[in-house]
Write a new protein. Structure first.
Length: 174
């Protein structure tokens, strides 16, 4: 029986299951470090923004109707608040071409130019680190690297909550 347990633990570790957080990353916790490449192959490293700006990180995949609706709202927030940096984390199954096509479709439908940073979680490491199980899942991280807000899914109420929380961070930074 003991041998069987060791076997399952070893297989689980090899499959990466042991790396999964026991609970979702939530408010008040330090956000896991993100180091991913963008469309042009440039690195995005979240620690470079620490003590400089608040970060909105949104995990999305293609296709994802709620993600399609959320991205224009994230762009509006990015345009409105200069104390945030918004990063879209594209699921490991989605390609750069698919992401570019999605952003073009969003621009065409919404009439809003989308110029948010898009990075690719090619191996799913960030998704595992943040324990993302639904798309979109959006995090607001303050300048100290602490998660202020975690939102799973998208709707108007959640969008307003994100904006009001960003606004309160803006007031604090003045």
């Amino acid at each position: 029986m003991k041998m069987k347990l060791y076997y399952y633990l070893a297989v689980g570790a090899l499959l990466g299951l042991a790396a999964l957080p026991a609970f979702p990353v939530s408010e008040g916790e330090i956000a896991p470090y993100i180091c991913l490449k963008d469309q042009k192959g440039h690195s995005f490293e979240s620690y470079t923004l620490k003590n400089k700006t608040n970060i909105v990180v949104s995990f999305f995949l293609i296709p994802c109707p709620p993600c399609f609706k959320e991205i224009p709202h994230l762009q509006k927030l990015q345009n409105k608040y200069n104390h945030i940096t918004t990063v879209l984390v594209c699921d490991k199954k989605s390609t750069k071409a698919q992401a570019a096509e999605l952003l073009q479709a969003i621009e065409k439908e919404s009439g809003i130019p989308i110029n948010l940073k898009v990075v690719f979680d090619r191996f799913g490491v960030a998704q595992i680190d943040y324990n993302v199980t639904a798309n979109p899942t959006t995090f607001l991280i303050d300048t100290e690297g602490k998660v202020i807000l975690r939102i799973e899914g998208y709707n108007e109420t959640k969008s307003k909550l994100l904006e009001s929380t960003i606004e309160s961070l803006n007031e604090k930074s003045k």
